[in-house]
Design a protein around this ligand. Structure first.
Ligand code: PEP
Ligand code: MG
Length: 319
């Protein structure tokens, strides 16, 4: 099975009816970029930049160190797009000794973009480093856990200010496409507002499921209720994909479901054309893509979406 899959490494990901699908990798370290390309990824859809900051015992990477790290990742991509997510720390991924306390309800507390906006100097250090790395190859920059209009406007203002600071210092920097992660139900519901402000969207289903169902993704006691096929989750995901399509802007899914072979046909049926996953899943997902016919999957996915129990439809009916 493994060697059969290995032969797919250079096969383009195109469905039986000729639809081109983008298969991207999720990475955590700069050196993973070249490895992802080796594994057959057409780009990186999620570079979890917070891993550069974790386990540092108080000594956080400065602009120069971050620039070198992002640049290494950009160069590892050899011209393919690299999507860097701004730091997503707080609850689930705490920084050591950063002076901020452990939170009462970490998943709902000061994490991700909330944290960055609370630490604007540190945020702009990261933004400047990313903008500088973008001079060396195509970079997309996206922000985790946005939910409020004000957060969007503040984030974009920080990017503009970071550019000005680089200009003032005479540093070379490149263009970046700006994207929002959709991982809070509020964002999915107001997706049209997000589309007005961003070049692309990326659905973080791990968090979107957690927040839609009020299930702590790290809590074993409620793990049985963490359900990617809950009708409410599926409706939000489908709504975001459709809104992106209508606006002519790319939508990716970068949560675990994008690398789950049993979910690929449903996501294709919903109209998803870009998947980002752990590199080890790339070829198995590609195999699903090669077998799929989106003309048949679209009406079937609509039926799954209308079902009271989507998991049952998925198990018993094959498009
Ligand atoms: C997600 O929430 O789906 C996601 C991709 O981000 P993370 O798992 O890093 O929170
Ligand atoms: Mg997330």
């Amino acid at each position: 099975e493994r060697s059969r899959l290995a032969r797919l490494r250079h096969t383009p990901a195109i469905t039986r009816d000729g639809v081109v699908i983008e298969l991207l990798a999720n990475i955590e370290q700069p050196a993973d970029a070249a490895a992802a390309v080796q594994a057959g990824a057409e780009g990186v859809g999620l570079f979890r930049s917070e891993f550069l900051f974790m386990g540092r015992a108080g000594q956080l990477p400065d602009e120069e160190e971050q620039y070198q790290a992002y640049r290494q990742a950009v160069e590892g991509m050899q011209g393919r797009p690299l999507t860097i997510r701004s730091i997503d720390i707080g609850a689930d991924k705490p920084l050591e000794k950063h002076g901020r306390d452990v939170f009462l309800n970490p998943a709902l507390g000061l994490r991700a973009i909330r944290w960055s906006l609370a630490e604007p100097a540190m945020f702009r250090t990261q933004l400047r480093a990313i903008l500088r790395a973008a001079a060396h190859g195509p970079v997309r920059l996206m922000f985790p856990m946005l939910a409020h209009r004000q957060e969007i406007l503040q984030t974009l203002a920080q990017v503009a200010q970071a550019r000005q600071e680089l200009q003032a210092k005479g540093h070379r920097f490149g263009p970046v496409q700006l994207g929002a992660m959709i991982e809070v139900p509020a964002a999915a519901i107001m997706v049209d507002y997000f589309l007005q402000h961003f070049d692309f969207l990326s659905i973080g289903t791990n968090d979107l499921i957690q927040y839609t169902l009020a299930i702590d993704r790290a809590d074993e006691a409620v793990a049985h209720l963490y359900d990617p096929l809950h009708p409410a989750v599926l409706q939000l995901v489908a709504q975001v994909i459709a809104a992106g399509q209508a606006a002519g802007k790319p939508v990716c899914v970068c949560g675990e479901v994008a690398g789950d072979v049993s979910m690929i046909r449903l996501l294709l049926g919903m109209g998803l054309r870009s998947f980002s996953m752990h590199p080890a899943q790339l070829l198995a997902v590609k195999q699903e893509v090669l077998r799929a016919d989106t003309r048949k999957l679209a009406p079937w996915a609509a039926q799954v979406l209308r079902a009271d129990h989507p998991a049952e439809v998925l198990a018993h009916e094959v498009a």
